[in-house]
Design a protein around this ligand. Structure first.
Ligand SMILES: [Fe+2]
Ligand SMILES: [Fe+2]
Length: 165
């Protein structure tokens, strides 16, 4: 049985994960528009993963015989001064997501909700990965700076990552 405060926090996390999906889709459109196909493909893939994150929690709520309540999703940020700003934006977003997952884990621990805590273990590990790649993207982007040719090389590298190479 899910406690109301845990259900409420899970609903907020579902909303946040779907909002992340929307943000990555907007970032993919930005990179598509800027003709960086590698980043566009990578962010589009990321949008799909965030959708799956939302669905994992949605299913967890249903599995505990409760009903998920879906909140409104705001329009995502769609434009950035530079590609590096877009990378910094998603890095900050992943850090925020990590903080939310940790707070949710703490709540599940306090409420002695072992199924929810168990489900969240996956998210704790996932956020380590999410912060790692976004941090690497920002570091590489800062190194590339205003060198246009190097941005194309970076984009090519990211296109390989999007294909899992
Ligand atoms: Fe996520
Ligand atoms: Fe993420």
């Amino acid at each position: 049985m899910l406690k109301p405060q845990v259900l409420d926090a899970l609903n907020k996390q579902i909303q946040h994960e779907f909002s992340n999906s929307y943000t990555y889709l907007a970032a993919a459109a930005y990179f598509e528009d800027q003709v960086y196909p590698g980043f566009a493909a990578y962010f589009r893939k990321q949008a799909g993963e965030e959708h799956e994150h939302g669905m994992k929690i949605y299913q967890h709520v249903l599995d505990l015989n409760a009903k998920p309540t879906l909140g409104a999703i705001e329009a995502p940020k769609a434009d950035f001064p530079t590609p590096l700003d877009a990378l910094k934006f998603v890095h900050a977003l992943e850090r925020k997501t990590t903080a939310m997952i940790h707070a949710l884990y703490d709540l599940a621990t306090r409420e002695n909700d072992l199924p929810t805590r168990g489900m969240l273990e996956w998210f704790v590990k996932e956020q380590v990965e999410e912060e790692k790649w976004t941090d690497e993207f920002v570091t590489t982007g800062e190194r590339v700076g205003s060198h246009t040719g190097a941005w194309y090389m970076f984009d090519h590298h990211v296109s390989k990552k999007a294909k899992g190479e």
